[in-house]
Design a protein around this ligand. Structure first.
Ligand SMILES: NC(=O)c1ccc[n+]([C@@H]2O[C@H](COP(=O)([O-])OP(=O)(O)OC[C@H]3O[C@@H](n4cnc5c(N)ncnc54)[C@H](O)[C@@H]3O)[C@@H](O)[C@H]2O)c1
Length: 437
């Protein structure tokens, strides 16, 4: 049976478990291809917003570049807070897009919760449903958790349930790096699951790469990000080893070599994927000395905030302003943002810290970092040190205003080069240049 045809017939639908960045984008892209999608989430506010045609994640509006109202009106996009609505025979596909980490560690309670719900499904033996896991998994999780759990619930993969592991790579900041255009790897448990996963994914994804098994596709996600984790951390180690040299410039020029990417030193790697990847891999290795590179990567990456705080304190700076809580510009995501340990390290040094991020309320900021916010740009005059951690578009203000309010500032560290164009005086440093740390 061709699942693509069945889905396009509109008699069958796609269920999406978790309607955050990953799940919502799955729903929207399939709905755009005229496939009916229903998302389930434990967050009722998200459900209500989706059903009224409003994006629950406002920062995705630019990324999508279109309005979801039409898709809701035409019944291709829907959400529910009752999981029972998703376990009927007409749901042929179950995308899993729930979180798989908590406090920087692999965390599988939501995954097992969703699998438990899916395993209650009534299915048609002619078209067994397929589970496509989009959430990031540590290596071996399918063998250790997913397949045994389904077996316990009398679901045998390849027989009465199909399974594919298809991790995501979207970059929610740049519109083009999306579900449609990015290369996508998937791997399944058996031949039928492989065929069905291809039928389904190719409705939206233009560049599919099939892995020989789910074990391979599962591992690809962690390994590709562990490479980035090491690269970013090497940039930081170089900067710590050569603080008087402009490592940022060195690495920029290194990046002109045809097979080397450009990385720059900074506060460390943040977000869901990169800082977790090395941990995900190590969590499944008995002797972690065999992967000492990843062990050292985690150690150095986690130590960056302390090194930066020590350097700032040693310069006699006392009042620190931070611009940005998100781990990336123009995104409201503070998950594993390195700004959080940076603030902690600065506070440990008994420095006075305030933080402003236009995407977060003062309550959200206090909850995340336990410091107060400030008025931007007027209160910049209160700081003798300023760290711009990300390039939010709201930080783009006139040079004249900046110069007026930065008179008392003796050190400016700019992580993403948000203010590079202003040619501010010599107390301005790009992270990684000579004198930033
Ligand atoms: N955001 C990214 O850039 C990105 C990229 C690649 C992979 N991933 C991975 O995708 C997964 C999801 O990430 P995200 O960014 O969409 O997270 P998110 O926090 O934006 O969304 C997760 C959603 O799942 C919901 N949820 C939690 N428990 C649930 C449950 N038991 N049942 C149903 N819904 C539940 C939450 O309410 C939330 O809306 C994670 O494994 C993440 O590592 C994320």
């Amino acid at each position: 049976m061709n699942y693509q045809k069945l889905l396009k017939s509109k008699k069958f639908k796609i269920a999406v478990w978790g309607t955050g960045y990953i799940g919502l984008s799955t729903m929207v892209y399939f709905a755009k291809k005229k496939v009916k999608c229903v998302g389930y989430d434990i967050n009722k506010d998200k459900i209500n917003k989706i059903n009224s045609g409003v994006l629950p994640l406002a920062d995705l509006e630019n990324w999508f570049g279109f309005d979801i109202k039409k898709l809701v009106k035409s019944n291709f996009l829907k959400a529910t807070s009752n999981y029972k609505n998703l376990i009927t025979e007409d749901f042929l596909v179950h995308f899993i897009a729930i979180p798989t980490e908590k406090d920087g560690k692999p965390y599988y309670k939501p995954l097992l919760n969703v699998l438990n719900n899916i395993s209650k499904i009534n299915y048609n033996p002619k078209n067994p449903p397929i589970i496509i896991v989009e959430s990031t998994l540590a290596p071996k999780v399918s063998d250790k958790k997913i397949i045994p759990f389904l077996k316990k619930k009398k679901k045998i993969v390849g027989k009465n349930i199909l399974l594919s592991i298809a991790p995501r790579r979207d970059w929610f900041i740049e519109g083009g790096k999306n579900l449609e255009n990015l290369d996508r790897v998937y791997g399944s448990t058996d031949r039928q699951s492989t065929k069905v996963a291809k039928d389904v994914l190719s409705i939206v994804c233009k560049k599919l790469h099939v892995a020989s098994s789910y074990r391979v596709s599962e591992m690809v996600k962690s390994v590709e990000n562990a490479y980035r984790h090491m690269d970013i951390t090497l940039a930081n180690q170089l900067s710590l080893a050569f603080p008087k040299d402009n490592i940022r410039e060195v690495l920029k020029l290194v990046g002109t070599k045809w097979n080397v990417e450009t990385f720059h030193p900074g506060i460390g790697a943040g977000g869901y994927c990169i800082p977790l990847s090395s941990r995900y891999i190590l969590s499944q290795v008995k002797n972690i000395n065999k992967l000492s590179l990843l062990r050292e990567t985690i150690k150095t990456d986690d130590g960056m905030s302390k090194s930066i705080a020590n350097s700032i304190a040693s310069k006699g700076l006392k009042k620190i302003g931070i611009l940005g809580l998100s781990y990336k510009g123009d995104l409201k995501v503070s998950v594993l943002s390195k700004v959080i340990p940076l603030v902690k390290s600065l506070l440990k040094k008994k420095l006075k810290v305030r933080l402003f991020d236009p995407y977060f309320t003062k309550k959200e900021i206090y909850k995340a970092v336990k410091v107060k916010t400030f008025n931007f740009p007027k209160d910049l005059q209160n700081f003798d040190c300023l760290i711009i951690t990300v390039e939010h578009r709201q930080f783009n203000i006139s040079k004249k205003i900046l110069e007026k309010y930065l008179k008392n500032c003796r050190l400016i560290i700019d992580h993403d080069g948000a203010w590079k164009k202003y040619n501010l005086k010599n107390n301005y440093h790009l992270s990684g240049d000579n004198g930033w740390i």
